[in-house]
Design a protein around this ligand. Sequence first.
Ligand SMILES: Nc1ncnc2c1ncn2[C@@H]1O[C@H](COP(=O)(O)OP(=O)(O)O)[C@@H](O)[C@H]1O
Ligand SMILES: [Mg+2]
Length: 1107
Amino acid sequence: MAKMEVKTSLLDDMIGVGDMVLLEPLNEDSFINNLKKRFDHNEVYTYIGSVVISINPYRSLPIYTPEKVEEYRNRNFYELSPHIFALSDEAYRSLRDQDKDQCILITGESGAGKTEASKLVMSYVAAVCGKGAEVNQVKEQLLQSNPVLEAFGNAKTVRNDNSSRFGKYMDIEFDFKGDPLGGVISNYLLEKSRVVKQPRGERNFHIFYQILSGASEEFLCKLKLERDFSRYNYLGLDSAKVNGVDDAANFRTVRNAMQIVGFMDHETQSVFEVVAAVLKLGNIEFKPESRVNGLDESKIKDKNELKEICELTGIDQSVLERAFSFRTVEAKQEKVSTTLNVAQAYYARDALAKNLYSRLFSWLVTRINESIKAQTKVRKKVMGVLDIYGFEIFEDNSFEQFIINYCNEKLQQIFIELTLKEEQEEYIREGIEWTHIDYFNNAIICDLIENNQTGILAMLDEECLRPGTVTDDTFLEKLNQVCATHQHFESRMSKCSRFLNDTSLPHSCFRIQHYAGKVMYQVEGFVDKNNDLLYRDLSQAMWKASHSLIKALFPEGNPAKINLKRPPTAGSQFKASVATLMKNLQTKNPNYIRCIKPNDKKAAHIFNDALVCHQIRYLGLLENVRVRRAGYAFRQAYEPCLERYKMLCKQTWPHWRGPARAGVEVLFNELEIPEEEFSFGRSKIFIRNPRTLFKLEDLRKQRLEDLATLIEKIYRGWKCRTRFLLMKKSQIVIASWYRRYAQQNKYQKIKSSAIIVQSYIRGWKARKLLRELKHRKRCNEAATIIAAYWHGTQARRELKRLKEEARRKHAVAVIWAYWLGLKVRREYRKFFRANAGRKIYEFTLQRLMQKYFLEMKNKMPSLSPIDRNWPARPYLFLDSTHKELKRIFHLWRCKKYRDQFTDQQKLIYEEKLEASELFKDKKALYPASVGQPFQGAYLEISKNPKYKKLKDAVDEKIIIAEVVNKINRANGKATSRIFLLTKNNVLLADQKSGNIKSEVPLGDVTKVSMSSQNDGFFAVHLKEGSEAAGKGDFLLSSDHLIEMATKLYRTTLSQTKQKLNIEISDEFLVQFRQDKVCVKFIQGSQKNGNIPTCKRKNNRLLEVAVP
Ligand SMILES: Nc1ncnc2c1ncn2[C@@H]1O[C@H](COP(=O)(O)OP(=O)(O)O)[C@@H](O)[C@H]1O
Ligand SMILES: [Mg+2]
C-alpha cells in the first residue's frame, strides 16, 4: 500500500512496539519478548518514552551510515524508528535552539556497548553540527582524543575485548550557533592494579601490546624493549593476542591520533619512554639476603634491567636501587631508615609501576584537555557525554568493583530522580493531575556507602588513618559493628544473626545488595588500595629523574615541598569527584541511553533471556515504564496526532480548519472513545491506555486501506478516462490529418490532369492560330513583293521618262545659251576695246584694298604690349603689308605704354634691365628674380630702435639693407649679418646688436663671383692691399643675390665710373687671409632638401652642394 503521508511515525511498520510505554500487557515477560523480537529483527534500539534502550548487537549493523545521519537529522523524536541518532539529534537541537545544556548518560554493564554508544553520539553530533576548516579541526581533535585514551585506558577483559578501565566524562562545548568550540575531559579512577596483575583471560592495557607489536625495530631499541611479550612479567601471557584486534595497526592509529590532537614529537617520545619504563619495572626481581640482625634484606637479582630503566628515565641508578631496599619514615623531624624485605620490595616496585602509569594517564588527559580547550571566553553551551564503567560483578570483587558499583549506584539515583522529576514536570506543564507512583529508591544504598559518619567509605578512611595496626580484617570488624543492621549490608560476622549460616558468604567478605544485585566484596586489599601508598623514597627518586615528564609526574618528591600530611585516600577522592559529577549532571538536561548486553559470549544473534532479564530488573526499566505510564501511557502533541488520525472522522478529513486541539476533540468524540481514556493537556493529548492507541492505529490502518481502495478506484477511473479521452482526441486528429492528406492527393491528381488537358488544348489552339498567322503573313509578304515589283517597274519607267525630259531641257538650255551668247557677242562686239581688261583689274584691286583696311579697323587688337594677337591676313598678296602693319602697331603701342611711366618706375625698369643684361641665361637663379620687385631696404633700420646706433653711424642713403649669411671661412658654417650698401660703402653689421663689423669703400671692391647655379652664394673680392682686405674676401649668401649684385654694380658704376667685374663660374678662388681657397659648386646629392650647404673640405677647397 502506498504511503499516504510524507510524515512518518514511530508507529509505522513497528516490530513489536518501538516504545515500551505502549507495551500491552506490561510485564517482565512481555518486556523481554518485545526486546528479543526486536533484537532478532536487528532492531537494537527501543524507547521508554525518551530513554533509549540499546542492546549490543556484537556485530556491525548498517544503521550508522551518513545516509542514516541525514535521515535522522532535524526529525522529531517519534517520527522514525528508535535510534541512538534520534536521541543525539534531540539533545543537539535542544542545546542549539533552546539553549539548554545537555548531558548524555550512558549506563550499563561492562561490554554492553556504552563506549560505542558514546562514540556514536559524538560522531552524530560532529556530522550534523557546523562545518568549516576551523570547526572541522576542533571536531577532529575531539574525536581523535578517543583512540589515545582507549589505548592507554582500555584493556581486554573477560566481558569486553575493549573494556574502558576508567570513567570518562566529556563536555563538548558549542558556541551560540551550535558549532563546536572545544571540550573538557574528566577521567575517573583508572583501574591501575591492572598494570601489575591481570585476572585470568584478561590483558594489560592495550598500549603495552601495541608498542611491542607496532613500533619499528629502531624505536623499540631506543626504548630498550624487545618485541617478545613473554619477556615481560607484567604482561599476562594467556591472552596476549585478541581475535580481530590488530595491535600493530592500532599503534599507528594511536600515534596518528596523538599527532592530530596536538602532541609534540618529544612529548610522544616521553610518553612511550614512561610506558617502556613501567613495562621494564616488572622485570626487576629481588632476592633475600640475610643480615646480621637476622632479618632478610632484599637485593636486586639482575641489575641490568635496573640500569636500562635508569638510562631511559635519567635516574641515578644508586638512588633507585636504594629506594627499592630502604624505606625512610619521617616523623617530627626524625628520619628513620628501615630495610625492606623481599615482599616489601615487590610491593614497592608494583606501587611505583601503578603510580607511574596512572599518573601518566592523568597527565595524558590534562594534555589532551589543553589541546581541545575552547579558545574563546564567550558563553558556551555544553553537551556532556558520560561513559563510565558499568556495574561489575566478578568472582572476586575488590576495592575497584566497590568503587565502580558505588558510582553506578549514584547514577541510578539521579536517573530515578530526574526521570520522575521530568515526568512530574510534564504533567504540571500540561495541567494534568499527577498520580503518585511507587518505585525503588536506591538512596538508601548510596547512604550505606557514602554517609559521612556511618558510610563504608568513611569507615575505611577512619581505619586507614587510625594509629596502631590496621589490617583489612580490622576494617571488616568495624563494618560488622556499624552496618550490621543495614538492610542492604550482609556479613557472616555481623551481629545480625541472619547470615551466620550463610555458607556462600566467606568470613573475609561482606556483601552489599546493590540496586543491580548482590555483590560480594573480598575485604583483602581495601586498606592498601584506599591508602594508595607510594614510599616517599621512590617518589623522591622519581623527582630526581632528568626525564622532565617523570619529574613532573611526581611533584611531591621535591624535598622542598615535603608534606607530612597524608594525601587524601583513593575512596574519599573518588567520592568527591563523583559528587562534583552528580552536581554537574543535575544542572543539565539529561538524555539516557541504557545499554544492555544480550549474552556473555560477546557473540552476535544470541539473546540470553535470563541475562537480559537480570539487567532489566536492576536497571529498573520496568519501573521506568510504569512511571511513564502511571497516569497516561501515551502522549502526543495535538498537531501530529490530528495529522495521523484525521482520516478517521468526516469532519477532520481531509482538512481540519481550526486549532489542532479542537480537531482532536472532535475526532475523539466522533470515535466515541470513553472519557476516562484520555485527557487534554495544554499542548498534548494524553492517552491512558496503550489499547486505546492501538485501537486508533487499527482503525487508521483499516481506514487507510479503505482510503487506498478509494484512491485507487478514483485513480484508475481517472486514468482510464484520461486515456480514453486522449485516444479519442488522438483518433480525431489522426482522422483529420488522414482526410486532409487523401483530399490533397485527390486534388493534386485532378489538378495535374486538368493541367495536362488544358495544355493539350492550348497547344492545339496555339498551333492552329500559328498556322493561320503564318498563312496570313505569307499572303502579306507575297502581296508586298508583287506591289514592290510593280512600283519598281513603274518608278523606273517614270525615272526613265524624267531623265529623258531633263536631258532634253538641258540640251535646250545649252543650245539656247549658246544661241544667246552668239547673239550678244554679235551685238556688243563693237563696244569693247583692248585696255578694258586693265581697268577692271585696277578697280578690283582698289576695291579689295579698301575692303581690307576697313575690316582691319574693326579687328584691331588691344593696346597691351604683351598682347600677341593679330588678325589673320585675308589675302596672300597682302602678306608683307600685313606683317609690317603689325610691327608698326606694336612699336606704337609700346611707345604709348612707356609714355605713362613716372621717373621712379623708369628707374626700377632700368635696374631690372640691367639685371637682365648681367644675368639672363648666365645664372640659374635669375628667372626667379624677374617677378620679384627690387625693394632694397628689406630691413627698416630707421624704424627699428634696435638698430639706432647703426643708423646713426651711417649717414648716407641706404641702398640695400638686408640680412645675409656670412660663411665662416674656417668651417663653412653660416652666421647672420646685416648687409648695408650705401652710395660709397659696403657694410657688414652684427644682426643682433647692430654693431658694424666691417666697412669697405666701393672703390676697394674689385670683383663679385658667383656660381651659374640656383644658389645665393657670392664672394665679394677686395682690392689687394686695401684696408678691408686684411681679413680676406667675403663669402656671403642671400636670397636676393640678383638684386644685390645688380645694385652693387650700378652703384659702383655711378660712383667710380668703372664697371664692377661680375664673374659667373662654378669654381672660383677666394682670398682667405693668406690662403687662396677654391670655392667649388657641385650639383646633385642633397640631403638637406632644397637648401644649399657649404662644407670646408680641406685647406684649399670649400665645397658648396647645390640642389
Ligand atoms: N552498536 C554496536 N554495534 C556493533 N557492535 C557494538 C555496538 N556496541 C557495542 N558493540 C561491540 O561490543 C563491544 C563492547 O562495547 P563497549 O562499548 O566497549 O562496551 P562498554 O563500554 O559498555 O564496556 C565493542 O567492542 C563492539 O565490538
Ligand atoms: Mg567502555
